[in-house]
Design a protein around this ligand. Structure first.
Ligand code: RP5
Length: 169
């Protein structure tokens, strides 16, 4: 399978149902790049390339992936189907769909029946960014340097928010 973006030994897989999801999912990739987390990004469509999707899920653990961030829109079955075929944690990102603005994607991903969990994030770019930050936090549990970078990121965010008051009047 061709990988659009690929580190030598990726720890995180960023996958999506279509190249049209990349506008959203690149926000996950940007965060992972910012933190220096090796990742790969590729299209693995659940309904257009189901055999590839199963192969991706089945090989994820052996390939060293620690989490899969999966984005999809509409009848967004990709995250749940991946999760059903791997023990690697799947973080689902609902992509905003053309007609229902991603509420359909959100419901498809979040409403997993008990037994196969998918950690589900907000619709769109906030969800993609937060899924990546969540993956960073998971990896940071046993990586002190990464934990420091995450703390610094939070601190910069706090300083930025404190600075907002000066723009009010
Ligand atoms: C899903 O269908 C994809 O995740 C995408 O969000 C949606 C539309 O795909 P395209 O028609 O833009 O390829 O599989």
């Amino acid at each position: 399978m061709e990988r659009a973006v690929s580190s030598a030994s990726p720890l995180i897989g960023v996958v999506m149902g279509s190249s049209s999801d990349w506008e959203t999912m690149k926000h996950a990739a940007d965060i992972l790049s910012e933190f220096g987390v090796p990742f790969e990004a590729q299209v693995v469509s659940a309904h257009r390339m189901p055999d590839d999707m199963f192969a991706y899920a089945e090989q994820a653990q052996a390939r060293g992936l620690r989490a899969i961030i999966a984005g999809a829109g509409g009848a967004a079955h990709l995250p749940g189907m991946l999760a059903s075929k791997t023990l690697v944690p799947v973080l689902g990102v609902p992509v905003a769909s053309r007609h229902l603005q991603g509420v359909d994607s959100l419901h498809s991903i979040v409403q997993m029946p008990k037994g196969i969990p998918v950690a589900t994030f907000a619709i769109g770019t906030a969800g993609a960014g937060n899924a990546a930050l969540f993956a960073v936090a998971m990896l940071a549990q046993d990586d002190a340097a990464l934990r420091e970078r995450l703390a610094a990121y939070r601190q910069r965010q706090t300083e930025h928010a404190r600075g907002m008051s000066k723009d009010l009047i």
